[in-house]
Design a protein around this ligand. Structure first.
Ligand SMILES: Cc1cc2nc3c(=O)[nH]c(=O)nc-3n(C[C@H](O)[C@H](O)[C@H](O)COP(=O)(O)OP(=O)(O)OC[C@H]3O[C@@H](n4cnc5c(N)ncnc54)[C@H](O)[C@@H]3O)c2cc1C
Length: 447
């Protein structure tokens, strides 16, 4: 969108971030269609920040130009606001809230709809000429994540059970500094705090980045995340600390009012206290494989958003390409879906998915999240990955060995998380070199 920018430069930055594993056709499709999808959002009423009629363009890590169209620090919220308003106002769209899709309907190799559990109605089958998965990420597979509670990998599990191709799940992006506090989980402490001079300390107060990288706290995101994880493992502590006590109080108030205010609510005064932080899962680069029009390997089934693997991100996502990818590819998927044939009117309903008691599943979910964080997180090794593979298989076995219980969402989400975790672990075991976000300490470094 910027005068000093071009799709070629955006393409180059995306390919560099993806470390050689991007699908170049998908990247070109993204960058060439980006301005049109942003203008489309504006035409619907999205209020992006502008200065004298020109869009204000921000810059984030890995971008060679200022190009991030944004609405203060809540761009995702603004995109969602405008789309939700349009959907609700449309007389041919029916929104069913509190509906949980439990399986896809596949007949003769073609997806013909989905089965959902609706509060108040129970199980309902929907037939459609096109079915789109837009179920978001899978952060809840990990003990620490910035993702919302609904990021339970449902789309990955639904597609995988139906036989769709899934790939690149081992490329999991971690954010180095999220708050570690029981009362406020997943609160992300922006990298700008370190940019402003914030330092990282272990529980003894030592500025441990001296032991890891000469760029200290300003080393790239993955280097800082690996250092924090190593420090936590070395000292067997819960977390490390971000120290901004030496920054000018006026500067803290001016540049970080939200962080200061939110932390004050839980008794952390950033002018006096260190902030407990841990790295947390942030974004899943892989997912259900799609073409440029959101089509998966199963005819009639589409995927868009974080659940999809369009090939844009390769081994690492360039900052802010995710919302853009969701927009560009879902618009193109909508065009393709409109050309699908007549919807099926019937199909063999699958057996109800095995659901167990909520009280039984809590421990299984925690065990899964713990082993994924410890063994399939930022730094991996073969022994840990094999152990995680065995643990996930055992957890699934235990799940299916427990007696059936009436439908509840939590157990089914947990089962979906286990199925998706298998893709992450096995993808990591198959990777024979370190690339992008995948780092296996047993492999010689090839970066
Ligand atoms: C803290 C944070 C900051 C981020 N910042 C940026 C940024 O600055 N720029 C950027 O580009 N990206 C950013 N991202 C990434 C981006 O926001 C996400 O990738 C994106 O919002 C995902 O959108 P989605 O539509 O795919 O999924 P979601 O918005 O998560 O929507 C998925 C929907 O599917 C529903 N669902 C799930 N399973 C089922 C089921 N079985 N049945 C029925 N419904 C189901 C969920 O309830 C939910 O409503 C950020 C992410 C986080 C967590």
């Amino acid at each position: 969108m910027g005068e000093a920018d071009s799709w070629e430069l955006h393409e180059q930055d995306t390919l560099i971030a993806g470390a050689g594993l991007c699908d170049e056709r998908a990247v070109r499709f993204l960058v060439q269609n980006a301005p049109e999808s942003i203008r489309w959002l504006q035409s619907l009423g999205a209020n992006f920040d502008s200065d004298g009629g020109d869009l204000e363009l921000g810059r984030e890590g890995g971008h060679s130009r200022n190009r991030i169209v944004h609405t203060a620090d809540r761009t995702g919220w603004e995109v969602e606001r405008v789309v939700v308003e349009q959907v609700r106002a449309h007389d041919r769209i029916t929104v069913l809230e509190r509906a949980f899709v439990t399986s896809l309907l596949v007949e003769d190799g073609q997806c013909v709809g989905a089965v959902a559990e609706l509060d108040d109605y129970g199980q309902v089958a929907f037939f459609a000429r096109a079915t789109m998965l837009a179920t978001g990420g899978c952060g809840k597979v990990y003990q620490h994540t910035t993702n919302p509670p609904v990021a339970t990998a449902d789309g990955i599990a639904l597609a995988s059970q139906a036989g769709a191709e899934i790939d690149n799940m081992e490329f999991m992006q971690f954010h180095p500094t999220t708050l570690f506090h029981p009362q406020m989980r997943s609160f992300l402490i922006t990298e700008a705090v370190r940019g402003a001079g914030g330092t990282l300390r272990n529980h003894l107060g030592r500025r441990f980045m001296y032991d890891y990288d000469p760029r200290l706290e300003l080393a790239p995101r993955d280097v800082v995340a690996r250092a924090i994880e190593a420090e936590i493992k070395k000292h067997e502590t819960w977390c490390v600390y971000l120290d901004m006590t030496h920054l000018e109080p006026a500067r803290i108030c001016h540049e970080f009012p939200t962080i200061r205010g939110r932390l004050a609510e839980i008794g952390i005064e950033v002018e006096k206290d260190w902030i407990p932080v841990v790295p947390a899962q942030h974004y899943s680069c892989g997912g259900v494989v799609t073409d440029l029009h959101g089509r998966t390997s199963i005819p009639g089934l589409y995927a868009a958003g974080e659940v999809a693997s369009t090939g844009v991100h390769g081994a690492n996502r360039l900052a802010s390409n995710s919302l853009l990818e969701a927009m560009v590819f879902s618009l193109s998927a909508a065009d393709a879906a409109a050309d699908e044939g007549t919807p099926a009117q019937s199909a063999t309903l699958p057996d109800p998915v095995h659901c167990i008691a909520e009280s039984e599943v809590v421990r299984l979910r925690r065990s899964l999240q713990k082993v994924m964080m410890a063994n399939v997180g930022i730094v991996r090794n073969f022994e840990g990955l094999r152990e995680a593979d065995k643990t996930v298989a055992e957890l699934l076995h235990r799940y299916h060995g427990l007696p059936r219980a009436p439908y509840a969402r939590y157990p089914l989400e947990t089962r979906n998380m286990m199925l998706a975790a298998q893709h992450v672990v096995r993808g990591a075991l198959r990777r024979d070199r370190n690339v992008g976000l995948h780092y296996n300490a047993d492999l010689a470094e090839e970066r």
